[in-house]
Design a protein around this ligand. Structure first.
Ligand code: SAM
Length: 191
């Protein structure tokens, strides 16, 4: 790594890398990673600076264009940024690590099973999926009208047969102070 891992975030005024991505990088070595719903690229740029070979996919062409302009300005060679609708569940490559932080809740509820199945299929044996997504539970009804929210245990059930490196459904606080439960999962695909 030639640059500090948060160099791009500071330079381009991006929010900090998601803490679960930072934590994941403490035990996953640079590999081929897919940042699904990459947004402004905070995680993508961090992973790139850590030496990962990153595909950044998002359905918002403006977000992808903004990320591409950073890539061009910085002469970054290990990020492929592209417009992609996750609901299509049509990934056309294999990855060692797939990241989706705060993305699942924006997807079409009728496509979630297909999307998760496609992520799992597109993960190499021994590879990892990291998902952080909003929940709606009896104890903490989701205060935001997301198109999709996870039920208790739903994400864990999707990953039956994978090794759960980390799984929790803890209470989190959004930037506007609203509290809701998030499922946080780091899972490893067994060979
Ligand atoms: C809250 S942002 C999170 C961005 C990024 N993962 C992060 O943690 O900074 C959600 C992102 O999901 C993207 N998104 C929503 N629906 C999508 C879809 N169907 N396909 C691809 N990206 C989508 C949005 O464009 C947005 O960039």
């Amino acid at each position: 790594m030639t640059k500090d891992a948060n160099y791009y975030q500071s330079k381009y005024g991006l929010s900090a890398t998601h803490n679960e991505v930072v934590e994941a990088c403490s035990h996953i070595k640079p590999c081929k990673v897919l940042d699904l719903g990459a947004g402004n690229g905070r995680n993508t740029l961090y992973l790139s600076a850590r030496g990962f070979d990153v595909t950044a996919a998002d359905s918002n062409p403006d977000a992808v264009a903004a990320l591409k302009s950073i890539i061009a300005a910085e002469g970054i060679s290990n990020i492929d940024a592209r417009v992609y609708d996750i609901n299509e569940a049509n990934l056309d490559a294999q990855y060692d690590f797939i990241v989706g932080t705060v993305v699942l809740m924006f997807l079409d509820p009728s496509r979630i099973a297909a999307v998760v199945g496609n992520m799992q299929q597109a993960t190499n044996p021994g590879g990892y999926n990291l998902i952080v997504a909003a929940m709606d539970t009896k104890s903490y009804p989701c205060p935001v009208n997301f198109p999709f929210t996870l039920a208790e245990g739903q994400l864990r059930d999707y990953y039956a047969g994978w090794e759960l490196i980390k799984y929790n459904e803890e209470l989190g606080t959004m930037h506007n102070g609203m509290q809701l439960q998030f499922a946080t999962m780091m899972a490893k695909k067994t060979a």
